[in-house]
Design a protein around this ligand. Structure first.
Ligand SMILES: Cc1ncc(COP(=O)(O)O)c(C=O)c1O
Length: 474
């Protein structure tokens, strides 16, 4: 067990040690990780955001009467963000730590709004497509809501509005749409869903966490972007992450509400304990001012014109990938991507092995195991950011070569993997060992792990993940 050192380390020792810890990480800069990272490539914007982050990181947004600068920064950041989504005169919002928090706050608000309307319903329900982000499952889990999960169209990967309408019951408080969804990068039919929400008096949340910021600029560039924001009657709330396509330092998202009458259900106040009065607008109470100042800084450093240029580059790269990848390897693009994301499938190439081949070549491409019970096959996810154009030819060549090497692979034999499990013990350790996952981390090749994720029931894989987190974080 590690303890705090007796003798204080020097700054040099500390930083050296931290660098050794980073040795096995993929590099955050340089555009080789095709998920998780949103790199504008604009060094001046990154530098000023980092500086702003550091200057405000010690301030505590728990009490904006002591730090009024944070109230001002939040109002300005929310307004600059809201302006992209056709706000009404009373559209308001909150700065949060990320997409998941924005979504959880919107779901909480919807639940408590519904409780006011229908106090008799013991467990309100939320209707989501299978493509809705895991954050909605988390919200249901934490907030005690029942989930109705709907399949999506096997060609467009969008939810059928008629199926949503049919799923609504007197216990439904909330329906959900993505603009765009993470797994396939496509938008649900939000105008129809808005009409349904109005007809049934339910809350409609639009998850624009990953797509929203970019969609605004893609529309300005002449792309066809169906209405998805507050211009659609019936849209009650919308989440949009600044730490994605606004390129803010991590810990930055905004949740918007059509009016403050809806937002009030998100807040929490407590004057019943022995200490200071608590007014929390988000999940956190003590809250660093760093991410907020970083986000505010980046919005100013890139500017509206800068975002338009970045969106143009993202669009060009995505279009080139859509055209070139199927020419170079036996893969096809799923659905019709509408923002900066792409999902690839193949009938001949084992995608999990391909992802490992790419990793060996220094690229991270993300495996999506699929949900066979919803007709969703495995796919590879690519997040396009502007810096990708620096290495695009190299990426395409490596992808083609990795696909060629993978084509003869049968993938991982599930039975061979399962036979390594010690069923007698039937505990999660056995599954993890069979997949090559140890107490210190993941194996270098992930195909066996991803194959198991695909074939094992979610009840078991979720337990596995929780067990892993419990092992790795000491
Ligand atoms: C559509 C969508 N919603 C929500 C989230 C969750 O955001 P975060 O990881 O910031 O919590 C993501 C993340 O990729 C997303 O793509």
């Amino acid at each position: 067990m590690r303890t705090i050192p007796d003798r204080p380390w020097t700054a040099e020792e500390i930083l050296q040690q931290l660098e050794t810890y980073r040795q096995d990480d993929m590099r955050a800069e340089g555009g080789r990780v095709w998920a998780y990272l949103y790199d504008s490539g604009l060094h001046h914007a990154e530098a000023v955001a980092r500086e702003a982050f550091m200057r405000f990181q010690a301030l505590n947004a728990l009490d904006f009467t002591v730090f009024p600068s944070l109230l001002r920064l939040e109002n300005e950041t929310v307004q600059m963000t809201a302006a992209r989504f056709h706000p009404g005169p009373d559209t308001v919002g909150t700065f949060t730590s990320g997409g998941t928090e924005s979504i959880m706050l919107a779901v909480k608000a919807a639940r408590d709004w519904f409780r006011d309307k229908r106090p008799g319903v013991a467990q309100p329900e939320m209707v989501i497509p299978v493509t809705a982000h895991a954050a909605f499952h988390k919200a249901a889990h934490w907030l005690g809501l029942r989930l109705r999960i709907l399949p999506v169209d096997p060609v467009t990967f969008t939810v059928d509005p008629a199926a949503v309408e049919a799923a609504i019951t007197p216990e439904t408080c909330l329906i959900v749409a993505s603009a765009v969804n993470y797994s396939h990068g496509v938008m649900d039919p939000i105008e129809e869903l808005g009409r349904i929400a109005e007809r049934h008096g339910v809350w409609l949340h639009v998850d624009a966490c990953i797509g929203g910021f970019l969609l605004h600029d893609l529309a300005r560039l002449g792309e066809t972007v169906p209405a998805f924001d507050f211009q659609v009657p019936g849209v009650t709330s919308l989440s949009v992450d600044l730490h994605k396509y606004a390129y803010a330092p991590k810990g930055a998202s905004v949740v918007l509400f059509r009016t403050r009458d809806f937002r009030k259900y998100q807040y929490f106040a407590c004057t019943r304990w022995s200490g200071y009065p608590v007014l929390n607008t988000t999940l956190q109470s003590t809250k660093s001012g760093g991410p907020l100042a970083g986000a505010w800084a980046v919005l100013h450093a890139i500017g509206d014109e800068g975002y338009l240029q970045l969106a143009k580059r993202v669009l060009e790269i995505r279009k080139r990938l859509e055209r070139d990848l199927p020419q170079r390897a036996d893969v096809r693009v799923l659905g019709r991507p509408q923002a900066g994301l792409l999902a690839l499938a193949s009938d001949t190439i084992h995608l999990f092995v391909l992802a490992d081949e790419m990793r060996r070549r220094g690229w991270y491409v993300q495996v999506q195991p699929g949900r066979p019970e919803y007709g969703l096959d495995p796919s590879l996810h690519l997040t396009v950011t502007p810096v990708r154009d620096q290495h695009l030819d190299e990426f395409l060549a490596d992808f083609a070569e990795a696909a060629r090497r993978t084509a003869s692979s049968q993938g991982v034999d599930v039975n061979a993997v399962l036979s390594r499990m010690e069923f007698a013990q039937a505990d999660v350790d056995a599954v993890l060992t069979a997949a090559g996952v140890g107490p210190e981390g993941l194996p270098q090749d992930m195909a066996a792990v991803n194959t198991l994720l695909r074939v094992l029931p979610p009840e078991l894989t979720e337990q596995l993940f929780i067990h892993l987190a419990n092992t790795w974080f000491r």
